[in-house]
Ligand binder design. Structure first.
Ligand code: ADP
Ligand code: MG
Length: 554
């Protein structure tokens, strides 16, 4: 083509491609799932745009995805009749990295080349570029719905790609055709049986029917019918089907820790299918990360760009399908919709209840969940006023009594001292640092348990945490410790010196010398071994919070 323009891949794409091509990852099948999921997304986007512009569907209203195999040419073609891409969209979508988690993902792989890297590729799902694991050349011909021009994007995945116009007779009448020129050792992807097995395994629940054309000139054979899994009744759906569906919708390759599927009838009519992932998504702490719950209206995909879950459940994946919103609902309407607010509340309750049930029925699985998502769930203690007591009861903690395990507040209260009216805590950056803190000495000596809080979120929720079973939260680095009421094994040693004249004169001396640095110097029953420690005043912030605020430039 003399009209072909050459483009260099964005640096991050080049890095990702290099990783793909040199990947030692053995399960290369995932590329097909990625291409099929893009094809299905394109069909859903078209259906959505066609609500406002029905002419986009022309005389071809039914979505489909077709896989064509050619053993002789060693080619696999994935074609859809979805929304398609314009020239600019091709360059934007297939020359840069859009997914917010991808950078975090690459950093993690590069930091750990030999070890987990290979697994991570499969777990994460790396989108379109994964086809370069199996193809030495990829040609993408695309025609945007309603457009009278088509474009070819072509690359061998080695640093650059070309874009050129193609005659519309050589393109699908609408949508995208991706031709993979397979590597010598990837010819298994031209075998009907391998491809059929992979599709059923990975993409069996894609909501667009998938057909296969076994060889040039053959009739298409239907592989999946594209019915929406969530519309079927729960009792007809197996665990494997749920897992497949979860993998498709989450882009993760693990097992869901919790599956919630229900249909609400009554004031609002909707179906929700939600999953708590079995492992931590890479982009969980990415501030740009969007809610990954999809909104459907009567089985038409509307958006995944709106908060369908509260922020503290932002790891939940899945969808909500409702008949109560109009199909042409705008993004602004969605955000402000009281119907959606009610649905969101209903789904949140069910998800929290399912997590509570996991805590009751499978302690090990729950701890795994907590290690993955506990630091996020705790945000709910100050964000969700209505549910904060529930969330506090769900929380698990490292404490001075937890050894290698975790303790709930119920455990804490059960073992608390008789007159103990507070739940004591110590916040800091690491468990080892906290365990070595002199502030703990007096508590240890008296056998009083202290929560050891190391997530940055902890300093925030404890400040306005509700009472737990009549006990208030109290920082041990703040104010007086009031430990005198609790007996220690060697009480006399601990109290004797407090009244001595020596101590009085030392305190007077210290007050004078440190007048500029501290607001007061007091005798304390906090310590047993160490001579002195710093504490914060009764009002205001505790020591860790003071540090956080100083760090924030206050
Ligand atoms: P993601 O699907 O997570 O956005 P991908 O790497 O899989 O990331 O795809 C990148 C982008 O390329 C998509 O967001 C989409 O805009 C575009 N794209 C890929 N395949 C198709 C397709 N078959 N039809 C239309 N657009 C597509
Ligand atoms: Mg994709």
């Amino acid at each position: 083509h003399n009209t072909a323009e050459n483009h260099i891949f964005e640096a991050d794409v080049a890095r990702l491609l290099h990783m793909m091509v040199h990947s030692v990852y053995s399960d290369k099948d995932v590329f097909l799932r990625e291409l099929i999921s893009n094809a299905a997304d394109a069909s859903e986007k078209l259906r959505f745009e066609a609500i406002a512009t029905p002419t986009l569907l022309a005389n071809d209203p039914d979505s489909r995805i077709t896989l064509s195999l050619d053993e002789e040419k060693r080619q696999l073609v994935v074609e859809d009749n979805g929304i398609g891409m314009s020239r600019d969209e091709l360059i934007e979508a297939l020359g840069t990295i859009a997914r917010s988690g991808t950078r975090a993902f690459m950093e993690r792989i590069e930091a750990n080349k030999a070890g987990e890297g290979a697994q991570l590729i499969g777990q994460f799902g790396v989108g379109f570029y994964s086809c370069f694991m199996v193809a030495e050349r990829v040609d993408v011909v695309s025609r945007r719905a309603g457009a009278d021009e088509a474009w070819l994007w072509s690359s061998d995945g080695r640093g650059s790609y070309s874009v050129s116009p193609v005659d519309v007779v050589d393109s699908p009448s609408r949508g995208t055709r991706i031709t993979l020129q397979l590597m010598e050792d990837a010819k298994t992807y031209t075998s009907r049986w391998s491809v059929e097995r992979i599709v059923k395994e990975q993409s069996g629940h894609v909501p667009v029917p998938i057909k296969i054309i076994e060889k040039p000139g053959a009739e298409p054979i239907q592989l999946t019918d594209g019915t929406a899994l969530w519309t079927r009744s729960k009792s007809d759906i197996s665990t494997e089907e749920y897992t497949d569906f979860y993998r498709g919708i989450s882009g993760q390759y693990d097992e869901p820790a919790v599956t919630v599927h229900f249909r609400a009838e009554g004031r609002h009519e909707y179906t929700a299918l939600a999953f708590v992932p079995g492992s931590q998504p890479f982009d969980m702490f990415d501030p740009d990360r969007k809610g990954r719950m999809k909104l459907y209206v009567k089985r038409v995909f509307i958006t995944d760009d709106t908060e369908l879950m509260p922020r503290y459940l932002r790891f939940v994946r899945g969808l909500i399908d409702t008949a109560d919103l109009p199909l042409n609902v705008s993004r602004e309407m969605i955000q402000a919709s009281p119907i959606l607010a009610a649905i969101r509340k209903g789904v949140t309750s069910r998800v929290v209840a399912a997590i509570e049930k996991l805590a009751e029925t499978d302690a090990d699985a729950f701890i795994k969940f907590w290690e993955n998502f506990g630091s996020v769930v705790k945000e709910g203690i100050y964000e969700d006023f209505e549910r904060r007591s529930q969330l506090i009861a769900l929380s698990r903690f490292r404490t001075t009594a937890s050894n290698d395990g975790y303790r709930s507040l119920a455990d804490y209260v059960k073992d608390a001292k008789q007159d103990q009216s507070a739940i004591y805590y110590l916040t800091g950056n690491s468990l080892d640092q906290l365990k070595a803190s002199p502030q703990l000495e007096g508590f240890r000596a008296r056998g009083i348990e202290v929560l050891l809080l190391t997530d940055s979120i902890d300093s925030f929720w404890v400040m306005n945490a509700p009472e737990f079973e009549g006990r208030t939260f109290k920082s041990i680095t703040q104010g007086t410790a009031d430990l005198a009421q609790f007996a220690t094994p060697n009480d006399e040693a601990a109290t004797k010196s407090e009244t001595s004249a020596d101590l009085e004169s030392f305190i007077a001396f210290a007050r004078e010398t440190l007048a500029e640095q501290v607001s007061d110097v007091r005798a304390s029953d906090r310590l047993t071994e160490s001579a002195v420690c710093l504490v914060a005043s009764e009002q205001g912030y505790d020591r860790q919070m003071e540090k956080i605020l100083q760090g924030a430039g206050r």
